[in-house]
Write a protein that binds this ligand. Structure first.
Ligand code: N2P
Length: 383
């Protein structure tokens, strides 16, 4: 069944290639205009000599990039960012050099509206068939007309295993990030929060019992005040390398954390002797964010064929598994599951069980409400 589908997709890709007047023989450096995909390596696809990829920090096994360069003769110029807002700011400042970018759900919607993403036909990408149906056709990009699923996860609290306070009081509430009385008990050990405006304000809104997508000024001011009162207890705002530089390095005892970074901290400190790692992960009872990051092509890219070819490479089953085995984030690639480490597949911190799933919410685009969020964030960072 699956292979029939793959053959059909391949035939469609070839037909499209012929229709657009493309074809084998271009060699490195050439790139025809239309978005066509030639994913059969034997057919000598027309690939550009370079492709520029802009991704979240620590979000791919870089061996995959080297392997792609060696196999296809395309040099990957690789750069990383720390938040969706940093990525957007970079593009809006006129950075036209990036071909492939990896925004989250709500930012995909924002970028489509701003005309920053190229339109694609997902059906010319044979490995699109590897993606779990549940992750296709998401509301922020109906029909996958711009982006394809990359990785997904949750945003919760990572905390130091074996810490005397947390042994008694596992931090299962956002209160552990925001309540000054609790913070006073362990803040000397160091606390980190994500340097990410949607994530941090959403956590405060969950704690206050509001929607993480609220655009109500009074609610947002309450969230801002909560954060400003807690801020003196926090050591760092870091969403870039906190798993390595703060958690694994024992520079903090508690951190707002993305699921995969907490799992990385756990597995990187895992000892066979104790059968345990140094970091645990909790999803607060008030609820938490579930997110999905997506691979998209910029509207300004002149290398769409090569970008599609590279995206197809990332969506390959084994390559998709290599990404998850490195990042510890969940994969939307169903075919990759056969190659993902069993310890990862069975980790409830990475693939949450149904009772946790039920507490998760997506961040959505805020429209005009974004201006109020920006105002709150400026106040928070400026205090
Ligand atoms: C990993 C980045 C996680 C992406 N360092 C969160 N959307």
């Amino acid at each position: 069944m699956k292979s029939k589908f793959a053959i059909l997709l391949l035939v469609m890709a070839v037909l499209l290639l012929v229709a657009c007047g493309g074809g084998p023989g271009g060699g490195p450096g050439s790139e025809s205009g239309g978005p066509t995909a030639d994913t059969d390596s034997d057919a000598a696809p027309q690939l550009a000599s370079e492709l520029s990829v802009y991704n979240w920090a620590d979000y791919i096994d870089e061996d995959l990039l080297t392997q792609y360069e060696e196999e296809y003769g395309v040099k990957i110029i690789y750069d990383t960012f720390a938040s969706n807002e940093d990525l957007l700011a970079k593009l809006q400042a006129g950075a036209t050099g990036y071909d492939v970018i990896v925004p989250s759900d709500y930012m995909v919607a924002q970028m489509i509206e701003l005309g920053l993403l190229a339109e694609i036909d997902p059906n010319v990408i044979p490995n699109f068939a590897n993606i779990d149906e549940d992750f296709k056709n998401a509301p922020f990009d109906p029909g996958n007309k711009h982006c394809l699923p990359y990785q997904w996860g949750t945003t919760g609290i990572a905390y130091r295993a074996g810490h005397p306070y947390f042994e008694e009081n596992p931090p299962d509430s956002w209160a552990y990030l925001f309540d000054p009385e609790l913070l006073a008990e362990y803040s000397s050990g160091g606390i980190n929060v994500l340097n990410d405006q949607r994530e941090l304000i959403a956590a405060a809104l969950f704690y206050l019992g509001y929607s993480p997508n609220s655009t109500d000024r009074t609610q947002l001011e309450e969230a801002r005040d909560l954060i400003v009162r807690a801020k003196p207890y926090w050591k760092t705002f870091n969403s870039e390398d906190y798993d390595d530089s703060l958690l694994i390095a024992d520079e903090v005892v508690l951190s707002q954390s993305w699921s995969g970074d907490a799992a990385n901290a756990y597995w990187s400190t895992y000892s066979d002797e104790t059968g345990d790692g140094n970091w645990y992960y909790a999803i607060p009872q008030e609820g938490a964010v579930k997110w999905m990051d997506n691979i998209c092509i910029t509207a300004s890219s002149s290398k769409r064929d090569t970008a599609l070819h590279f995206i197809n490479y990332l969506l390959d089953a084994e390559n998709g598994a290599a990404i998850t085995n490195f990042t510890y984030y969940a994969s939307p690639n169903e075919a990759a599951k056969a190659y993902i480490e069993p310890d990862i597949l069975s980790d409830p911190g990475i693939y949450p069980p149904p009772e946790v799933e039920a507490k998760l919410q997506w961040l959505i685009e805020l429209g005009e409400g974004l201006f109020v969020w920006d105002e709150m964030w400026t106040a928070i960072k400026g205090q």
